[in-house]
Every structure is written in C-alpha cells, then in structure tokens.
Design a protein around this ligand. Structure first.
Ligand SMILES: [Zn+2]
Length: 144
C-alpha cells in the first residue's frame, strides 16, 4: 500500500478540527489516533507520525501544549528542544560576586524548560487555544 504524506496545512487543519471537538486531549498517542482518523476521512492513504503531529501543532500557533517532564538526574547541555526541536536559550543568573552562571535552559517556542539536569518529556496535553481565557504569558511573550 502506498502512503501519502499530508502537507503541513492539511495536517494543521486536521489537528485544529480534532481539538474543536475535543478541547483537551491528554496524550500524544490519543491525539495521533484522532488526527489519523480525521485524515483518513480525506484520504485513507495519509500517514503521519505522532512526532510530526506534535511539531505541527506547536508551529501552527493554534494549539496550546503543556509538556510534563521528569528529571533524568543527568547533567546535560542540551542545545535543541526535545519537544519541538527549536534552539534552547540559556537561563542565566548573576551570583553575589557578580559572575554570570547558567542555571538552566528553556525553549523560546514551547513550554519546555530544564535546570542543569536534563528533563525528559513524559506526557503532552494538547488543548484548543480558544478553550480557555487567553493570557499573555502563555506564548512566552511578556507584555510591557
Ligand atoms: Zn520547544
């Protein structure tokens, strides 16, 4: 059987449709099943991975995604976000003596953050961006 890869637009529309019917989906596995079902109504040959759905959901800007993580206990200098593959930014702190130290890393694109030890994503909760009251802090941008 030949598979077809949906475009980012087709996929984003399917994700938004799913979240319109299910305002909160509390695992990537469940979202993947629902989105596949939706895509198969359009074309039964459409194939998509959970990771692509997650990254498309984030880059669409139309989906709120909460990342639950556990601490691996391992000190690592991650450079890319394990959730969305964006470049992580360093969280710096000034010590009493005036030195700048790096105390962690955070993703500018999603809610992933870690301290000095790596945090492993364990669960994703996806929700419709319009299902709750909007807050300016949600997208990581601060209003002045
Ligand atoms: Zn990220």
């Amino acid at each position: 059987m030949a598979y077809r890869i949906p475009t980012a637009e087709v996929l984003a529309v399917a994700i938004v449709d799913v979240l319109r019917e299910n305002p909160t989906v509390d695992s990537q596995k469940q979202l993947t099943e629902l989105v596949r079902e939706r895509l198969h109504c359009i074309d039964p040959a459409y194939a998509v991975t959970g990771q692509r759905i997650r990254r498309t959901a984030i880059s669409s800007g139309l989906v709120r995604i909460e990342v639950q993580t556990r601490d691996s206990g391992k000190r690592r200098r991650l450079t890319r976000c394990p959730v969305c593959d964006s470049k992580l930014s360093k969280v710096r702190n000034r010590t009493i003596s005036g030195d700048i130290t790096i105390i962690g890393r955070r993703c500018p694109n999603c809610s992933y953050h870690m301290g000095l030890t790596e945090r492993i994503p364990t669960r994703y909760v996806f929700s419709n961006i319009h299902s709750r009251r909007r807050s300016p802090a949600d997208n990581g941008q601060t209003k002045l």
